[in-house]
Design a protein around this ligand. Structure first.
Ligand code: PLP
Length: 396
């Protein structure tokens, strides 16, 4: 079949909730993707910050193949070997203590919200607790996660959402303080806002929020779904600031392509929130998904991925800064590590740049209304950065 026929077939049978790029991807190798016509693309999007290790990694693929031949699914009525390994590694990598595996990021957020409500309920037996979330945040599309997503366009048609959510401004401590009252049970935010436009948290803000949480026995929920798993050069972005969340959510690169997420609790929160019967999932934490998590975390250590990200992102930042300097359509670079945004000048559409890049064999995506976003595989090299810059230059 031709590319056009696949596209027509998808449009005929798949509900149109995405305006997709007009290409059909067939295979991947390293940091390159290939469409059904054999055209090559340098991938600086990694399936939206998912494919951290690059495509077709032999060690990763072999681990998954091996697990397929052993056992794919058991349900959570039983223990399984990969879950035992993966949960220990995730707890150790985060310094937190208890893991609940989900199938996606949005489900990890749902779990975190339930943890916060149960923690507060256990204290006072009340059922009117509030959560403070941030404007311009993104936490997912299911109703609970959408309720804490500070984007009215996404929310409006689906109201009423879950109650008890208040919004404050990211990096504005006073605006958070103004929303706190005796009902507040949690504050939720991304450590680096992704979809909202690549805004890193300011250290003083994060420390201030943590202090407010401690003073008032409020849980701090950090959404590390996009910025976690090495993307900023730390296993989890908050580790750079030395501010530990009570609950952390992760997904995206956690399984590097296998759908898996998690919410992870510190000791205090684990002891005083969800108990047997409070939460569940059929697929979550199944042997196949956990084999992926287990292998991904192994490879992070073996190949010193964090060290590599720190080095390569310095180079990427320098090259992007030079590009911004020279370009007539870019105003600034913003982001952290391998999570970078190029802010376009007024009147420039980031979508136009992204489409031209695609024609030039480069995959980048947008964020917010005026940002070209790059969240490449963590294994990119200087040569890949140079190639990206060359291709992007042609589009500006
Ligand atoms: C992608 C994302 C989510 C939602 O994850 P899904 O797996 O798409 O449900 C939540 N939070 C952040 C920060 C994300 O980037």
């Amino acid at each position: 079949m031709e590319s056009k026929q696949y596209i027509d077939q998808c449009e005929e049978y798949i509900l149109h909730t995405y305006n997709r790029f007009q290409i059909v991807l067939e295979k991947g190798n390293g940091v390159y993707l290939y469409d059904v016509n054999g055209k090559e693309y340098l991938d600086f999007a990694a399936g939206i910050a998912v494919f951290a290790l690059g495509y077709n990694d032999k060690e990763y693929n072999d681990a998954l193949k091996g697990q397929i031949d052993k056992l794919i699914h058991t349900s959570n009525l039983f223990y399984n070997v990969p879950a035992a390994k993966a949960s220990k590694k995730l707890a150790e990598a985060s310094g937190l203590s208890k893991v609940f595996f989900t199938n996606s990021g949005t489900e990890a957020i749902e779990g975190a919200i339930k943890v916060a409500r149960k923690y507060a309920y256990n204290k006072d037996g009340k059922t009117d607790h509030e959560i403070i979330a941030m404007n311009h945040s993104f936490h997912g599309r299911s109703l609970g996660a959408l309720s804490v997503t500070g984007n009215t366009k996404y929310q409006e048609p689906f109201k009423p959402l879950i109650g008890g959510i208040k919004f404050a401004d990211f990096n504005d401590l006073e605006s958070v303080k103004a929303q706190i009252n005796e009902k507040t049970c949690a504050i939720i935010m991304e450590t680096v806002q992704g979809e909202g436009g690549l805004y890193p948290v300011e250290p003083e803000f994060l420390k201030g929020v943590k202090a407010l949480c401690e003073e008032n026995d409020i849980l701090l929920i950090l959404d590390e779904i996009q910025c976690g798993m090495g993307r900023t050069g730390y296993q989890f972005a908050w580790q750079e600031y030395g501010v530990e969340p009570d609950v952390m959510t992760c997904a995206k690169a956690l399984g590097c392509g296998v759908p898996v997420g998690a919410f992870v609790l510190n000791e205090k929160t684990a002891k005083a929130s969800l108990v047997a019967g409070d939460h569940g999932t059929t697929y979550g934490g199944n042997p196949f998904a956990c084999a992926a998590v287990d292998k991904v975390l192994d490879i992070f250590e073996e190949r010193k991925i964090l060290h590599h990200v720190k080095e390569i992102s310095e180079y990427l930042e320098k090259k992007l800064d030079e590009l911004v300097e020279k370009s007539e359509c870019l105003s600034m670079r913003r982001g952290k590590g391998l999570m970078q945004g190029l802010v376009v000048k007024d009147g420039v559409k980031p979508g136009d740049i992204v489409n031209k890049a695609l024609d030039n064999g480069l995959i980048v995506i947008t964020a917010g209304s005026n940002v070209v976003r790059m969240v490449p595989p963590l294994v990119i090299t200087k040569e890949h950065v140079d190639e990206m810059i060359e291709k992007l230059q042609n589009c500006l």
